[in-house]
Design a protein around this ligand. Structure first.
Ligand code: BES
Ligand code: MN
Ligand code: ZN
Length: 499
């Protein structure tokens, strides 16, 4: 359930909420609201602060039972300088508030102590992202089951900040909700979220926004329109593939087709590896191999809800990668949509095949820059772990925009190189390219494969195999599993797009 946001300038001790959280910047000079609350609570807050329970240099929090009226509980939250700066520390503080609320099964939460637009946005974002949990598929409830807790339902920001701060917090919450939606989709099991179901989700999103259009291509259309690589991956899957197109055309936007931003996503709803089948240990995580496509859908939701004033086209390639009597094989030579011939070395290097044709397609439809998001390689996890997305790209103003958005949103990306030399890994005697080379530099060879199809269009490939799939909770993400990496990043690039 998405969190409802409201604002108040009422005195905090009088707020009728389950949890009131006070963010303390500097424990030696707590905000005035602490003194007010302290009177109402008979000195309990002052005692906790006196015991040095809130640190100036590390995330910390303490929960105090409230008085006879007003908040049921008061949570003091400290946040230290973080490696990634004040705003990231505030996101972590926000997620700690969500954690304290969860411990108390609090449905209504108020936040006080900060006023600037950036601070409020970061706290709100961290709270919403930190409150996310993996969808639990429950059996029939028993009569004596207690009502289940689904997280924070209402958030009240206690602030006399101006309208800009309210707008920033509202935008942060909408973007976080879009990210959580992308996480939910990416976590969904492959039997429940097939390519057709994913397309239905995109269709329902488009139905909510007059300026957002939706269409799909099915298997027959993909084959008829020459998506040779995409169709090859899909040919071993009984479930129908879908190519999903969303176009955001807000009134007043001035970009031509050739100037708009394109977002492309890999949505392999399950990656068995195909005939080059993966080992069974951990294979269940490959339900999250649709994370890039889900991130693109999440970014489009944020773009639409925020009313971004620039045109964006999104193309998501959704299919399963299955071994089957009809599956494609290593050694097959396939003709891509743009005419490139590709020798298949590994049917497990399927993402680049789906994406390559999707990139050709957005180029045909018209765009001035392409960002793709994909859980593309295990190699990027070896290189960057789970904190950073790999932004594999040639230097360009699009790359600069991605790196600026990374710093602004905390949806972190690190530049990694594209170079002709990596493309040499993909040379073969029997076709223009092969789909997999050596292990060395594997994430970069995959990027070179995609760059081949982007040609001269400015292009940034986001490999989110590490950042998008968390083996355990990190920072403010609340839970393991799909993180929604790329949603805030791509939405921020779109918001500041200039062709
Ligand atoms: N979906 C995987 C990449 C992946 C691996 C994501 C582990 C998350 C965790 C992708 O389709 C794949 O299988 N890549 C291969 C490429 C290789 C065959 C060239 C890989 O990385 O091993
Ligand atoms: Mn694979
Ligand atoms: Zn894959």
């Amino acid at each position: 359930m998405d969190i409802q946001l409201q604002f108040t300038t009422d005195s905090a001790p009088t707020l009728d909420v389950d949890v009131l959280a006070v963010v303390i910047d500097d424990p030696t000079t707590p905000p005035a609201i602490v003194a007010e609350l302290d009177v109402a609570l008979g000195g309990a807050l002052g005692r906790e602060l006196g015991r040095d329970r809130i640190k100036a240099d590390a995330p910390s929090s303490v929960t105090i039972t409230g008085g006879a009226t007003g908040p049921q509980r008061v949570v003091l939250v400290g946040f230290g300088p973080d490696a990634d700066g004040r705003l990231d520390a505030l996101r972590v503080a926000g997620s700690r508030v969500a954690g304290a609320a969860r411990a108390a099964e609090a449905r209504t939460v108020a936040l006080a102590g900060v006023d600037s637009a950036d601070d409020l946005a970061a706290l709100t974002s961290g709270l919403a992202i930190g409150d996310f949990r993996i969808h639990h598929h429950r059996g029939e409830p028993k009569a004596d089951d207690k009502p289940r807790y689904f997280g924070v339902e209402q958030l009240t920001l206690v602030t006399d900040a101006d309208g800009d701060a309210a707008t920033a917090a509202q935008a942060a919450l909408a973007t976080a909700a879009a990210q959580n939606w992308a996480r939910d989709l990416a976590n969904a099991p492959a039997n429940l979220l097939t390519p057709i179901k994913l397309a239905e989700q995109a269709e329902q999103l488009a139905a909510k926004h007059a300026d957002l259009s939706f269409r799909t291509l099915d298997r027959a259309a993909l084959e008829a329109e020459g998506f040779g690589m995409f169709a090859a991956v899909a040919q071993g899957a009984h479930d129908e593939p879908r190519l999903i197109v969303l176009e955001w055309n807000p009134a007043g936007a001035t970009e031509t087709d050739a100037e708009r931003l394109a977002l492309v996503g890999k949505a392999v709803t399950f990656d068995t590896g195909g005939i080059s089948i993966k080992p069974s240990g951990g294979m269940q995580d490959m339900k999250m191999d649709k994370g890039g496509g889900c991130a693109v859908l999440g970014a489009m939701r944020a773009i639409a809800e925020l009313g971004v004033p620039h045109r964006v086209i999104a193309v998501v390639g959704a299919t399963m990668n299955m071994p089957d009597g009809n599956a494609y094989r290593p050694g097959d030579v396939i003709t891509a949509k743009d005419g490139t011939t590709v020798e298949i070395i590994s049917t497990d290097a399927e993402g680049r095949l789906v994406l390559g044709d999707c990139i050709t397609y957005v180029k045909e439809l018209g765009c001035g820059g392409i960002i793709d998001a994909a859980t593309l390689t295990g190699a990027i996890i070896v290189g960057l772990g789970h904190r950073y997305t790999g932004a594999i790209a040639k230097p360009s103003s699009l790359l600069d925009a991605v790196l600026a958005a990374s710093a602004d949103t905390g949806d972190l990306a690190w530049h990694m190189p594209l170079h002709e030399e990596y493309k040499l890994h993909l040379k073969t005697e029997c076709a223009d390219l092969k789909n997999s080379g050596t292990r060395d530099g594997g994430a970069l060879a995959a990027g070179s494969f995609l760059q081949h199809f982007a040609q001269d269009t400015p292009f940034v490939h986001l490999d989110i195999a590490g950042s998008g799939m968390l083996p355990k909770p990190r920072a403010y993400y609340g839970t393991k599993g799909a993180s929604g990496a790329g949603v805030r990043l791509m939405a921020a690039v779109a918001a500041r797009w200039s062709a």
